[in-house]
Design a protein around this ligand. Structure first.
Ligand SMILES: C/C(=C\CNc1ncnc2c1ncn2[C@@H]1O[C@H](COP(=O)(O)O)[C@@H](O)[C@H]1O)CO
Length: 297
């Protein structure tokens, strides 16, 4: 599949704000610690990459016991009664390339009006129709010239991302260290931001995109939907949201929103912050994002 012009098809990880290429079968490490890309994801050869830290990407956090238990038991142990060892913050130890390529990092974190964040399940759900629809949505998203921002999970998210990549469009995944270690979230394509917390992850997802779509999912999906609707409502952000109500999956939730209106907890105007579409094309039209297929307007 041909890549769209301007899309970065190389795999990268951004660790705490620093961009490094993903270590994969297409990277070879030299004795001095540098890595050389020997083929890109489509099998083409030879492009050099910069220095990548020797430390394993999924390195576990270190913990140091405080006070007398530390003196008794020594240095680093994976226990919770501990002070986290980090670079001035209570999170992961520093994990940076020696001289981060600043302009590359800036370019990668730029907000693009072609990026759409999609919230959806980390699980596949019990109806195989959800995965089928996620693939259909991913293909349509790429055909509109859009790029995906998502939570780097499996299930509905995984099906969606696979379809976007297969259709030749760009993917940005954002994952906290904790989930990344569980998930082995390296994607063969796109850019992955590894961040410190779930809060940071959501904030970055919201910042990087210019619109939101919601596909079937669980409480994580509902949490993200309600949060962006609330941010819009409080004027902390102004980015359109659409729920894609394929086969009526979201009917009970939409009924709950109507209930909130009837009970005086939500105005009719605020209720309209969450738009509803039945199909991918209707969703993109409502979001006013992407280039419509020729002949559809
Ligand atoms: C639930 C399981 C694993 C959780 N792993 C996740 N991986 C990636 N992203 C996640 C995960 N959990 C929540 N998210 C974010 O919320 C949405 C999915 O959550 P849901 O509860 O499945 O709807 C998604 O948009 C992510 O951004 C066990 O497999």
């Amino acid at each position: 599949m041909r890549s769209r012009p301007g899309l970065d098809r190389k795999a990268h990880v951004i660790l705490d704000g620093t961009l490094v290429p993903i270590r994969g079968p297409h990277l070879r490490r030299h004795a001095n610690g540098d890595w050389k890309e020997i083929s890109d994801s489509s099998g083409n050869h030879s492009r050099s990459e910069g220095h990548i830290p020797r430390r394993p990407l999924a390195s576990p956090p270190h913990w140091r016991l405080s006070g007398w238990p530390g003196l008794l038991l020594g240095a680093r142990v994976p226990l919770r009664i501990a002070t986290r060892v980090g670079a001035g913050s209570a999170t992961m130890p520093p994990f940076r390339t020696p001289n981060p390529p600043r302009e590359t990092t800036m370019r990668t974190t730029e907000v693009s009006n072609r990026r759409i964040a999609v919230f959806c399940g980390a699980r596949p759900g019990s109806d195989p129709g959800h995965l089928r629809f996620a693939r259909e949505f991913g293909t349509a998203l790429a055909q509109r010239g859009l790029e995906l921002v998502y939570g780097t999970g499996g299930g509905v998210m995984g099906a969606l991302a696979e379809a976007v990549a297969a259709a030749g469009s760009g993917i940005t995944g954002i994952v906290p260290h904790s989930l990344r270690e569980q998930q082995n979230a390296d994607s063969p394509r796109g850019t992955i931001f590894v961040v410190r917390s779930l809060h940071e992850r959501k904030a970055l997802m919201y910042r990087l995109c210019s619109a939101f779509a919601v596909l079937p999912g669980g409480i994580g999906t509902l949490d993200e939907l309600m949060e962006v609707a609330t941010w819009n409502n409080l004027c902390l952000m102004d980015k359109p949201i659409v729920v894609v109500n394929h086969l009526g999956f979201f009917d009970p939730m939409l009924e709950m929103l109507d209930h909130l209106v009837r009970q005086g907890f939500l105005t009719r105007e605020e209720r309209r912050l969450i738009q509803v579409a039945q199909s991918p094309d209707e969703a993109f039209d409502l979001l006013r994002i992407g280039v419509p297929e020729p002949g559809t307007v």
